[in-house]
Design a binder for this molecule. Sequence first.
Ligand code: COA
Length: 154
Amino acid sequence: MSWLNDPEIYKYLETRGNQTILSLEAFIRQQIEGKVYIWAVTIKESGKHIGNIKIDPINQKHSFAEYGILMGDKSEWGKGYAKEASMKVIEYFLGEEKQLRKINLGVVKSNTSAVKLYESLGFEIEGVFKQHVNYDGIYHDILRMALFNKRNHD
Ligand SMILES: CC(C)(COP(=O)(O)OP(=O)(O)OC[C@H]1O[C@@H](n2cnc3c(N)ncnc32)[C@H](O)[C@@H]1OP(=O)(O)O)[C@@H](O)C(=O)NCCC(=O)NCCS
């Protein structure tokens, strides 16, 4: 809950703080009922929970899925953990296990660390929704980015 109520963390997120135990419990119930793929990112040695990655929704008909990440433990930012965990999840969905064609995401253009992370993972910009969301009185562009499965895309 402290992650989601931290303005530095939700600065570019659709969730705008004001989370309570009740709202989080409702969110978790929703995820379980929707059979959504949501993982905890933990540090191998200590087991410390430092973030979450979610794939939701998955569109089986067109073979793509929507990606989201939140690394809530700020003391662990910049150490490559988001990238390492993302690579595992991407491999799961584009590799042998799920064999999806494409992973998509939306990111606020000014969220430089997230944009850098996605570019370093191979995501490319497919389009821009101009001045699409208003956070704290400022309209922001949303980049739509995607990563194709190289095995079935030329
Ligand atoms: C964005 C976020 C996921 C990055 O997590 P992280 O663990 O710090 O990222 P990593 O250390 O794995 O960095 C991965 C890559 O992004 C780059 N990067 C990360 N933060 C950066 C920053 N502040 N400035 C420049 N590059 C940055 C790294 O250089 C690295 O690239 P490289 O492998 O080419 O060197 C994390 O800051 C976060 O969860 N923020 C709040 C929630 C959020 O905005 N989520 C994204 C919503 S779209």
